[in-house]
Design a protein. Structure first.
Length: 190
């Protein structure tokens, strides 16, 4: 029995699953703020699992759509902001480190989205430091009592992913098939 079919028997609307995952991330932020990093970590892991479930439900029910993908990716970004806001408010980790980890995490997603808007190719080969890996690292280290180490690991993973992504995406866009013309909206020479 597939995950999507099982989960859709509980709640068939994939967008509802997306919303549940978002609210669990908000509760993770509240748990971090309340100085319960182990609870924040557990809630982050649950939220990450639900992020897998919503896509599986969409595929199992034939409800895959651009609107659903847009909602999912948007709420994923807000979920990250909620969790990191809670961490920053807890005073367990210097706020500057939390802000930098969040900014670099959001930039990973921005680079991917911008690349996809400029190219007909899907980015491949960049899996280290994607959202799932960052959530897993932060969640596990939070549960184990190493919240600051978790944030620093997220920061490092996101930094490396940004550097690799920027280089890869730029090479692809500069290639013969991905070249932009001066008339393309938003195009710039680097």
């Amino acid at each position: 029995i597939s995950l999507g079919r099982t989960a859709s028997s509980l709640m068939p609307n994939p967008s509802a699953w997306t919303a549940v995952g978002f609210f669990i991330s908000v509760f993770a932020g509240v748990a971090y703020w309340a100085d319960l990093p182990w609870a924040g970590g557990m809630l982050l892991l649950v939220s990450g699992f639900i992020d897998i479930v919503d896509g599986a439900v969409a595929r199992a029910t034939g409800r895959v759509s651009n609107a659903g993908a847009f909602l999912d990716s948007t709420l994923d970004r807000f979920a990250e902001v909620a969790a990191y806001t809670g961490i920053a408010a807890s005073s367990r980790v210097p706020s500057a480190i939390v802000i930098l980890a969040l900014a670099l995490s959001l930039t990973v997603s921005y680079l991917r989205a911008r690349f996809e808007s400029l190219s007909d190719r899907r980015p491949r080969g960049l899996e280290l430091g994607e959202r799932a890996e960052r959530l897993l690292a932060l969640g596990i280290l939070s549960i184990l009592g190493f919240l600051e180490a978790g944030v620093l690991l997220v920061l490092a993973l996101a930094l490396v992913t940004n550097i690799e992504s920027f280089g890869l995406y730029r090479r692809v866009l500069r290639s013969r098939n991905g070249m932009m013309t001066e008339n393309d909206e938003g195009s710039k020479r680097f």
